[in-house]
Design a protein around this ligand. Sequence first.
Ligand code: PRP
Ligand code: MN
Ligand code: MG
Length: 185
Amino acid sequence: MRDYKDFLAEVLIEPEALQKRVAELGALISHDYRDSDALVLICILRGGVLFLSDLIRHITVPHAVEFMAVSSYGSGKRESTGQVRITLDLNMNIHDKDVILVEDIIDSGRTLASVLDLLSARKPRSLCVCTLLDKSERREVYVPLRYVGFTIPNKFVFGYGLDLDELYRNLPFVGVVDEDRYREG
Ligand code: PRP
Ligand code: MN
Ligand code: MG
């Protein structure tokens, strides 16, 4: 197994800064939804799982947690049509629920735009997005983001839920990949 230090260009967000911001978002959500009796957080697998699990420790309003998984149509990945197919659906009926979609990163916005379409058709009471990272320079389709942890530059990032060829999601920081060194290995 390669050591990530061999291709880590820089630590973009240190563990302490991440945890501080996650706590702030949790407090904000707790305040905004203090009167809700129907709060549901939905994590889109897999990138959002670390963020979700840390975030809910700071949410003081009773809430349910749900997971869904999607995959892009076609071989051109999400860059082709941007349409996604649900590969793992929710267990819960979200009709009349206050739904917060939890994501690790918004890049082109296509995954999220598609998921928002699918979920809004189920008539939740409210629906919004909480993302840890917003790579806003890369946006191709508009997506409304209610809670954003950090707006980041257009760099190849990994760690804290974000994978590098499916690995390194467990790292407690968000790092930037040195792509030359990564490919050399
Ligand atoms: C990543 C990330 C977002 C999506 C953002 O997921 O977690 O879900 O891409 O890209 P977009 O804004 O351009 O649609 P990925 O498809 O890599 O799956 P993963 O979460 O399982 O790593
Ligand atoms: Mn993802
Ligand atoms: Mg990924």
